[in-house]
Ligand binder design. Structure first.
Ligand code: SPD
Length: 279
């Protein structure tokens, strides 16, 4: 009999894949960590039974959480990733030769260990000498860190369990403090359809912290609703003027991100546009 795994969303919708086998299940101090082999999308990571990424569809998420910021920030020498334990975001950040140092702060060592063992096609840059992985609380890290960053990327889970604190104003303010004046902050910001309230609140909270906030959208097959969002926030850097040399260089390696997409993803649906403009 076929085995299916469904992410149940708000007791009203579900998003499922047929499973060939389960490769890893562990209960860390923070959450349940599962890695399965799906029939359609290869190996996939779930945290507390929520889909995080799958080999066959992770490119959109990881390329888009990374390259809009890394092509727009004037300096990209020092990058901070909060979360990102599967290694996909670090892989994309490290494609940029101007990046000299990446600190990745992931709260759950089990996610990193299981991803290294079972998701080797996603985390391909673990051995890059520019990457430092710290198993630590990212919320506390940004509260106490003193050395700044040119780009900060929050690649966390959904707002439950250990990720709850990655969605509030205090956390965003601490990130803003750590960000260089011409820096760019990016966070995943949930589904504009099925988690609309969370998405809107995130954008509005970020608008209280950063002078410029630009949500952007694309499809992530395994996330609730299919359409996903990220927010690009800065003290003054525009997302509309990427460094075209960097774009040209990185798009030789990307499956999804390119110059046209860079501009297209920042189109905001009308109803949301009115809300974000305060109308
Ligand atoms: N609904 C899932 C949202 C999770 C976003 N982070 C995924 C981690 C991939 N690196």
């Amino acid at each position: 009999m076929a085995i299916w795994f469904d992410e149940i969303h708000k007791d009203s919708t579900r998003f499922g894949c047929k499973i060939e086998r389960t490769l890893f299940v562990g209960q860390s101090p923070f959450q349940k960590v599962t890695i399965v082999e799906t029939s359609a999308l290869g190996r996939a990571l779930l945290l507390d039974d929520l889909w995080m990424c799958a080999e066959g569809e992770e490119k959109t998420y990881h390329e888009l959480i990374t390259h809009p910021a890394l092509t727009c920030a004037p300096r990209i020498e020092r990058v901070l990733i909060i979360g990102g334990g599967d290694g996909g975001t670090a892989r994309e950040v490290l494609r940029h030769p101007e990046v000299k140092h990446v600190d990745m702060v992931e709260v759950d060592g089990m996610v990193v260990d299981a991803s290294k063992e079972f998701l080797g096609t996603i985390g391909t840059a673990w051995n890059d000498p520019r990457l430092t992985v710290m198993i630590d609380d990212g919320i506390e890290f940004v509260r106490t860190a003193t050395q700044g960053y040119d780009v900060i990327i929050v690649d966390g889970s959904d707002p439950q369990g250990p990720a709850v604190g990655l969605f509030n104003e205090a956390f965003f303010r601490n990130c803003a403090k750590l960000l260089s004046d011409n820096g760019v902050f990016v966070t995943q910001s949930e589904s504009p359809n099925l988690q609309r309230d969370v998405h809107i609140e995130m954008v509005q909270t970020l608008q209280r912290v950063f002078p410029k906030v630009h949500p952007y959208y694309d499809t992530v097959t395994i996330y609730p609703g299919g359409t996903w969002s990220w927010c690009f926030a800065s003290k003054g850097v525009s997302p509309h003027e990427p460094n075209l040399e960097r774009v040209a260089r990185v798009e030789q390696h990307t499956d999804v991100y390119n110059r046209e997409m860079h501009h297209g993803v920042f189109a905001v649906p009308n109803a949301l546009k009115r809300i974000f403009a305060g109308g």
